[in-house]
Design a protein around this ligand. Structure first.
Ligand SMILES: [Zn+2]
Length: 82
């Protein structure tokens, strides 16, 4: 996997869903060798942590959550930071 591929599946990797075991391993082995993607992983985790914290106080609808995640992706978050 290259950086672009890893970043496209990073959210799935964090949630450990919809990724095959094989893909999980590919992502993990890439992360071992790529500080750049590691930083990306950290900042995604941080974003999710913030979203979750807001959620505790103002539980958002499923729709709002979907919009937030869409926004993360459609912002070119992944492509921009390479
Ligand atoms: Zn990378």
């Amino acid at each position: 996997m290259d950086c672009l591929q890893v970043r496209r599946v990073l959210l799935l990797y964090i949630y450990q869903e919809k990724l095959s075991e094989e893909d999980m391993e590919l992502v993990e082995s890439h992360l071992c060798n790529c500080p750049c993607c590691n930083r990306e992983l950290d900042s995604l985790r941080e974003t999710i942590r913030l979203i979750n914290r807001v959620e505790l106080r103002f539980p958002p609808s499923e729709e709002l959550k979907a919009r937030i995640y869409n926004r993360i992706e459609s912002n070119g978050w992944f492509e921009q930071s390479i």
